[in-house]
Design a protein around this ligand. Structure first.
Ligand SMILES: *Cc1c(COP(=O)(O)O)cnc(C)c1O
Length: 361
C-alpha cells in the first residue's frame, strides 16, 4: 500500500547524498578541460599542471605542491616521503588512512601504523600522542610521523581549529617528528571555521587535499609541503605509477575548482544543517546535531525502531526505492553528505521521503 502511494512520477527524482564524490564537473570545468594547454608532466612540462600546483602551494601556505590521481595516492606518497620501512606513524583509530586506504601504509610502505583513539570531535588527545611516541630503544620502531584528519570523515565531518593544529604540530616538532594533515576536505574546515586553510596548516609538514569532493572536479588531489619534501613525494608518486603525462586536461578542472568552488561550500554546510535538524526531529532516527559543522551528517536508526528496520542497509534500500540515496556505514549507522549537486529543495525532498519511510511503522 505504502509503496504504491509513493510510487508516483515524482519518484523519478534522485537525490544522491552518499558522498560529495558524486559531483559532476561544472560547465566552466568542461570548457577549461577542452581548452587546456598541456605538456608531458613527468618532464615537468605541463603548464596547466604547473599552474595548479602553484595555486595549491599558495593557498595552503607551502613552498611547493604536487598533483596526484587521488586522495589515497596523495596520503600514501606523503607517508612514503616521510617514513622508511619499519618506521612508525601515529594516527587516529577512526582515520581514513587507517580504515579506507587498504592498509597501504603497511602493504606498500612497510610503515607501522600506531592507532590511538579519535575523540568524538575527531581530535587526538595530545597526552595520548605523547604517550605513543617511542623513546630510543632497540626494541621499538622509530616514531616518525603524526597524522591528523581535517575535516574528520568518520567523526561527523568535524573541524580541527588552528590552535589545536598548531599545538599538535609543535608537539611533533618537539620530538623531531613530522605532521601530515589528511585535508581531503580542508576547505570545508576553513569555511566552517572562518579561517584560511594556510592558517590551519601553519605547523603542518605536509597536507593532502581533494579536488574531486566538494570542489566538484572530476579527478585529482594535491600534496603540498616544502620543496625538498615535494621532491620526495614526486619520486613516491612515480613509484606508485602516478606519473601522468598530459595531465593538464584534468588539472584544468582543478584550477576552476580552486578559483570558483570554495566560497559555495558554505551552501553545503547550510544544507547539512537543515538536513540534520530535519532528521533529528523525526521519531526513529538519532542525529547528533551538535557535531554537524560541515557537509557530513551521520544518523542512527533508533534502537526502538531497529526491530522494524533490521539494518542500515534495509533503511537505505527503502529510501533508494524512493530516489534518496544515503550510505550505510555501520549496522545501524548511515551517512549523508551535501554537495554541489544538492539544492535546499533537494533537502526538503529527502526529508519528506525519509519521513514517509519512517512512518511506514
Ligand atoms: C576521500 C578521502 C580520502 C581519499 O580520497 P580518494 O580520492 O577517494 O582516494 C582521504 N582522506 C579522507 C579524509 C577522505 O575523505
Amino acid at each position: 500500500m505504502f509503496k504504491e502511494t509513493i510510487n508516483t512520477k515524482e519518484n523519478t527524482r534522485t537525490v544522491d547524498l552518499r558522498s560529495d564524490t558524486v559531483t559532476q564537473p561544472t560547465p566552466a570545468m568542461r570548457k577549461a578541460m577542452a581548452e587546456a594547454e598541456v605538456g608531458d608532466d613527468v618532464f615537468g612540462e605541463d603548464p596547466t599542471v604547473n599552474r595548479l600546483q602553484e595555486m595549491a602551494a599558495k593557498i595552503t601556505g607551502k613552498e611547493a605542491a604536487l598533483f596526484v590521481a587521488s586522495g589515497t595516492m596523495a596520503n600514501l606518497a606523503c607517508q612514503l616521503a616521510h617514513c622508511g620501512r619499519g618506521d612508525e606513524m601515529i594516527l587516529g583509530d577512526q582515520s581514513h588512512i587507517f580504515h579506507y586506504e587498504q592498509g597501504g601504509s603497511a602493504a606498500v610502505g612497510g610503515i607501522h601504523p600506531r592507532q590511538i583513539p579519535n575523540q568524538p570531535d575527531g581530535k587526538l588527545a595530545p597526552e595520548d600522542i605523547e604517550a605513543a611516541i617511542r623513546p630510543d630503544n632497540v626494541h621499538f620502531p622509530r616514531s616518525r610521523l603524526i597524522v591528523l584528519e581535517n575535516t574528520h570523515n568518520r567523526c561527523h565531518g568535524m573541524t580541527l581549529d588552528a590552535v589545536y593544529m598548531a599545538t599538535i604540530g609543535d608537539l611533533a616538532h618537539q620530538y623531531n617528528l613530522k605532521l601530515h594533515v589528511d585535508g581531503a576536505r580542508i576547505f570545508n574546515a576553513a569555511t566552517a571555521l572562518g579561517a584560511e586553510a594556510s592558517e590551519l596548516l601553519k605547523q603542518a609538514d605536509s597536507v593532502s587535499f581533494c579536488l574531486s569532493k566538494g570542489l566538484a572536479a572530476p579527478i585529482g588531489s594535491l600534496v603540498c609541503g616544502s620543496a625538498g619534501f615535494i621532491n620526495h613525494a614526486r619520486r613516491a608518486r612515480k613509484l606508485l605509477g602516478g606519473g601522468m603525462r598530459q595531465a593538464g586536461v584534468v588539472a584544468a578542472a582543478g584550477i576552476v575548482a580552486l578559483d570558483e568552488m570554495i566560497p559555495r561550500l558554505a551552501d553545503d554546510h547550510a544544507n547539512a544543517q537543515k538536513l540534520a535538524h530535519g532528521l533529528a526531529a523525526m521519531k526513529g532516527l538519532d542525529v547528533e546535531t551538535d557535531f554537524v559543522k560541515t557537509n557530513i551528517v551521520y544518523m542512527k536508526i533508533s534502537s526502538d525502531q531497529s526491530s522494524d528496520y533490521k539494518s542500515a542497509v534495509d533503511f537505505a534500500d527503502e529510501l533508494h526505492c524512493r530516489g534518496v540515496k544515503i550510505l550505510p556505514t555501520g549496522p545501524y549507522k548511515l551517512r549523508a553528505v551535501t554537495h554541489y549537486g544538492i539544492s535546499a529543495d533537494d533537502i526538503d525532498y529527502a526529508l519528506n521521503v525519509t519521513e514517509q519511510v519512517l512512518r511506514k511503522f
